[in-house]
Design a protein around this ligand. Structure first.
Ligand code: SDX
Length: 433
């Protein structure tokens, strides 16, 4: 039954000649409505087939807005350019999770709570020390966050708002500690404990790089650049890792386990792992003179131009523009990366070449971020950890929205079955006789 003055789709099933009216709401039709289209009443109805969910909305969300054609990104309605210019990561985390900017008192309380939850149980440190010396930091981060769920079993009570709040605070607070310790582990250096007198970004840098000095001091231009990168990476609506967090979260598991699933998805080279892949690609190209040959290889399908392309942005990723500007500030301090000229040449050629223009492939958030991370003395395997830390705020905002959304159910998609049917099983003895 179509609701009054709603838009609708009239569909004719040519198999039966029957017409169906499907209501159009917010530019979508409910896939479950397709199930009413049947050849015979007791047979199966139609379903939608959409590998990779390229044209499927999984939820209603008020957190992040993206217009891929216009290169627009807004967190709770605020343009990313303004937030990157004037906000802090913890203010943006508050905005994403609570839906509005904090008052001074709320902000001070939020910063205080997070600052005083940066320590982790000593057993987690022991757990992390059990990894091989060359364990990838993302593997360590994924496992350690999952392990945190065993230290806070009450976090399974996901409908208790008070309880949920303290778990969100713990996760946002402890991600830099776990990320820094994974880095120190790979370097064979002692783990540095949090310093509660430092800001979120400064404290992270201190846990990464402090050695014998009593107090870590970072150049404030580098701290600000890291803060901006955290803001830019905080959320991005229904990307692969957020979909993983929502899908796992739909089983009503605790938030640590759901975030651990997000870290696993982000690890992949087509998603958050692309920033690491970009740097390795630039190092492999080696010089500007080799760029043309590399581009030929990409067009022949021999490889991908990592850091280019996006499922949603069919224009320049607005974050890439901001990161490129932030890299200038960092290079003022650290000196320009020799890989920058290769990246600039790649971008120049790709933006003019028909292969990329036709496919609307532009630099994405990962194309320039790796150059900043390299300049900040991070090894490539740490780059995706630097993505996961801020994205935890977005994952948690999306997780809370999922838990509170009455329309949501456990994620359990259909399939198109292509295998064998009703075969007779022959026991081993007979099969092998
Ligand atoms: C992130 O979703 C998000 O929001 C993610 C993210 C976030 O903040 O969470 O923005 C972060 O993951 C950014 C993307 C980082 N990944 C990369 O930079 C890896 C390289 N890019 C791609 O592999 C690709 O562009 C994706 C994965 C990002 C998007 O893949 P789609 O939308 O499934 O597009 P596709 O693979 O179907 O490609 C369409 C066409 C294909 O050509 P044809 O087969 O039609 O001839 O474009 C080609 C692809 O071969 N193509 C590329 C390419 N990306 C797509 N060709 C060369 N180089 C590339 N980078």
């Amino acid at each position: 039954m179509v609701r009054d003055n709603a838009e609708s789709l009239t569909v004719r099933d040519n198999r039966t000649g029957r017409d169906y009216e499907l209501p159009i709401v917010d530019g979508t039709i409910r896939a479950s409505e397709l199930n009413t289209i049947k050849v015979d009443d007791d047979g199966p109805g139609l379903a939608a087939y959409d590998p990779g969910f390229t044209n499927t909305a999984s939820c209603r969300s008020a957190i992040t807005y993206i217009d891929g054609d216009r290169g627009i990104l807004e967190y709770r309605g605020y343009p990313i350019e303004q937030l990157a210019e004037d906000s802090t990561f913890l203010e943006v985390a508050y905005l994403l999770i609570h839906g509005q900017l904090p008052s001074r008192d709320d902000y001070d309380a939020w910063v205080h709570e997070i600052t005083y939850h940066t320590f982790v149980h000593e057993n987690i440190k022991t757990f992390m020390q059990g990894f091989r010396y060359d364990a990838h930091p993302m593997g360590m981060l994924m496992a350690s966050v999952g392990a945190l769920s065993t230290f806070y079993p009450e976090s399974r009570n996901i409908s208790d708002v008070e309880n949920r709040h303290i778990q969100l605070v713990r996760l946002i607070a402890k991600m830099p500690t776990l990320g820094a310790w994974a880095f120190r582990h790979a370097q064979g250096k002692p783990y540095v404990y949090p310093d509660n007198e430092l800001s979120y970004a400064e404290n992270f840098l201190s846990m990464l790089f402090r050695m014998s000095e009593q107090k870590f001091a970072a150049d404030e231009r580098l701290t600000r650049a890291l803060e901006v990168l955290f803001i830019l990476h905080a959320d991005h609506e229904q990307n692969c890792s957020t979909n993983a967090v929502r899908s796992v979260g739909s089983s009503q598991v605790d938030p640590y386990s759901a975030v651990s699933a997000g870290i696993a998805a982000l690890y992949g080279p087509l998603h958050g792992g692309a920033n690491e892949a970009v740097l390795r690609m630039l190092r492999r190209i080696g010089s500007r003179d080799n760029v043309a040959d590399f581009i030929t290889g990409v067009k022949n399908g021999d490889e991908r131009l990592m850091g280019f392309g996006h499922r949603v942005y069919k224009n320049y990723d607005p974050r890439a523009k901001i990161i490129k500007r932030a890299s200038d500030d960092v290079f003022d301090v650290t000196g320009v990366s020799p890989l920058l000229e290769i990246a600039v040449e790649l971008e120049k050629i790709a933006l003019e070449d028909e292969y990329f223009v036709k496919r609307k492939l532009y630099p994405n958030v990962d194309f320039y971020s790796g150059l900043i991370y390299e300049a900040l003395n991070f090894p490539p395997e740490m780059f995706t950890v630097l993505f996961a830390i801020p994205r935890t705020a977005g994952w948690l905002a999306q997780w809370v929205e999922l838990v509170d959304d009455k329309d949501q159910r456990i994620a359990r998609p259909k399939q198109i079955y292509t295998g064998e049917r009703t075969l007779d099983f022959t026991p081993r003895e007979k099969r092998w006789a």
